[in-house]
Design a protein around this ligand. Structure first.
Ligand SMILES: CC(C)(COP(=O)(O)OP(=O)(O)OC[C@H]1O[C@@H](n2cnc3c(N)ncnc32)[C@H](O)[C@@H]1OP(=O)(O)O)[C@@H](O)C(=O)NCCC(=O)NCCS
Length: 162
């Protein structure tokens, strides 16, 4: 059985190409902006995107409509990162087509009890449930924790000896 079969093109996504490559920093910035996410340094973006384990871009012609990537150590731990479909093309099956490709990649490298994580945006959890993800906390898992790096706050903590 193939755990994450890649669906054939739906009528509404005919013509969309899924390419296993990182987006350019300019396209990445455009997608983040469309999603309302903070803008990141372009050089850091270029370097970091190139270090992904696996990336998928959805193109209509030369226009990037969506992306997703997997980061991790290729065995024990993977994270789904930067899954974005531009607003104007959401609800056409593009996010699903990208997500299936990311999960297929992970399924080819994961072993029993490999950890697969992601940080869901608000209200997107039900989308991820389809691929086997669980909303935390559960009876055995805590709520999960996150740190968005802020230099000022961290310097302040250091100065106060925390
Ligand atoms: C989340 C996102 C990637 C989904 O992409 P999409 O192309 O709109 O999703 P699809 O059209 O492939 O939807 C696939 C299925 O998930 C459902 N779905 C899509 N978004 C959903 C949501 N927010 N909550 C619940 N279900 C959702 C669709 O209804 C569809 O269901 P179906 O198969 O029963 O018809 C897209 O909405 C997005 O980019 N959002 C902004 C950025 C973001 O928040 N990314 C997630 C970061 S964690």
């Amino acid at each position: 059985m193939i755990p994450f079969p890649i669906p054939g093109p739906k009528i509404m996504t005919l013509g969309i190409r899924y390419v296993e490559e990182s987006p350019s920093p300019a396209d990445y910035t455009r997608l983040r902006r469309d999603a309302g996410w903070p803008e990141m340094d372009s050089e850091v973006s270029a370097r970091s995107l190139g270090r992904s384990c696996f990336s998928v871009c959805a193109f209509d012609g030369s226009e990037l409509l969506g992306m997703g990537r997997v980061v991790g150590d290729l065995g024990l731990c993977f994270y789904i990162q930067d899954l974005i479909v531009v607003r104007a093309h959401q609800k056409r099956g593009i996010g699903d087509a990208i997500m299936r490709r990311l999960m297929k990649f992970i399924s080819e490298h994961a072993v029993e009890n490999t950890y697969v994580g992601l940080m869901s945006a608000v209200d997107v959890e039900p989308f991820y449930h389809k691929y086997g993800f669980t909303t935390r906390p559960t009876e055995s898992l805590g709520p999960g924790m996150t740190l968005m790096w802020k230099w000022d706050a961290l310097n302040d903590r250091t100065q106060r000896g925390l």
